[in-house]
Design a protein around this ligand. Structure first.
Ligand code: KG4
Ligand code: ZN
Length: 338
């Protein structure tokens, strides 16, 4: 059984092949980051158009490189949501066209389920149940994963996502989009000497709020003379503040649920300072940590193909669809188990 995975929810065009017998065969990601950089953020219409021009060549290259004949495909999994409506539609239309032509099922996957299951693409996956800290450009959630399709939302951001806060703060410091990784690099040379807020750190819920932190960075950038050193110090102060909140709430989630496996997924999960602090917390609090490899932390289709494989294995009765839709806003805790 080979599942083709397609991911186009935001600014990465990605394709992957996952095999029941040999695991991930291969995957390819094309990032649109350069296209959007000059606008300081993702431009949805440009994203959709770029997916249209890149998806077919990427798919053809993947199939050719791995010498896979199309008849070998058992199903096509694609990101159905959440994400940018136009971008999602490109992937959905492409996936459903291939599925219709080959008379195989298409499976609409929740993007965050893909992120949650990405550690299973490694040779030492976590045991269920586990807590997932999902920190991406669009989402910040603490999720209890009991089984495939059984997800309990423990807490989430009330406003900006962690990645969004990184990107907005980076922009205020004059860094290119997407600024998360650039800000992290700058922070390495800085001192965390500014007392930035740790929003709702002690509010007893597992929710987050990062828009106030970003506003505090805005105020600082207006007040200070922005030398290279000052920018590095602001970056370090921001990274310290956001990390402290993420780590503290994550430890609380593990303690409340009495679960001792933690998965960190999503683009911000690549942040070295966050990892260092989570590693320290794991040693002090006795929990096990699982990070997907960096290439599976950020958006990719391997995780979508894997989620599709899991769903298809559980339920072979996926229908060959005549119509399809996407769900730009879709809550993970509402998805079905099959
Ligand atoms: O999961 P992802 O690739 O896409 C979404 O689904 O959003 O996450 C992208 C986010 C961006 O906000 C990016 O700035 C952030 O992850 N990011 C980082 C780092 N690498 C990527 N944030 C902080 N430190 C990093 N090293
Ligand atoms: Zn993502």
């Amino acid at each position: 059984m080979i599942i083709l995975g397609i991911e186009t929810s935001c600014d990465e065009t990605a394709v992957a092949l996952y095999s029941q017998s040999s695991g991930l065969i291969d995957h390819k990601v094309y990032s649109q980051a350069k296209l959007h950089a000059r606008y300081g953020g993702v431009v949805p219409e440009l994203a959709s158009r770029d997916h249209i021009s890149k998806l077919l060549p990427l798919f053809k290259a993947l199939i050719k490189k791995n010498n896979i004949s199309l008849e070998k495909l058992s199903a096509v999994a694609y990101t159905k949501g959440p994400g940018l409506a136009g971008a999602l539609l490109v992937g959905a239309a492409f996936a459903n066209s291939i599925a219709t032509a080959l008379k195989i099922p298409s499976i609409g996957i929740h993007h965050l389920e893909g992120h949650l299951l990405s550690p299973f693409l490694t040779s030492s996956p976590p045991q269920m149940p586990f807590i997932a800290l999902l920190v991406s450009g669009g989402h910040t959630q603490l999720m209890q994963v009991n089984d495939i399709g059984k997800y309990v939302l423990l807490g989430e951001t009330l406003d900006d996502a962690a990645g969004e806060a990184f990107d907005k703060s980076a922009k205020l410091l004059g860094l290119d989009y997407p600024g998360g990784a650039h800000l992290a690099l700058l922070a390495e040379a800085g001192l965390p000497r500014y007392p930035l807020p740790r929003p709702i750190l002690n509010d007893k819920t597992l929710n987050f709020s990062f828009s106030g932190l970003k506003t505090a960075v805005l105020m600082l950038t207006k007040k200070e003379k922005l030398t290279k050193k000052v920018k590095a110090d602001i970056a370090a102060s921001f990274q310290n503040a956001i990390t402290e909140v993420l780590v503290k709430k994550t430890i609380a989630a593990l303690q409340i649920t009495n679960i001792n496996n933690l998965v960190v997924a999503g683009g911000v999960g690549a942040n070295k300072f966050l990892r260092k602090n989570l590693n320290k917390a794991a040693r002090n609090n006795g929990f096990k940590l699982f990070y997907p490899p960096l290439e599976f932390c950020t958006d990719n289709a391997a995780m979508i193909a894997y989620a599709g494989y899991q769903r298809f294995s559980k339920n072979k009765h996926y229908q060959i669809k005549k119509t399809f839709s996407v769900r730009p806003r879709w809550k993970l805790q509402t998805i079905s188990q099959n």
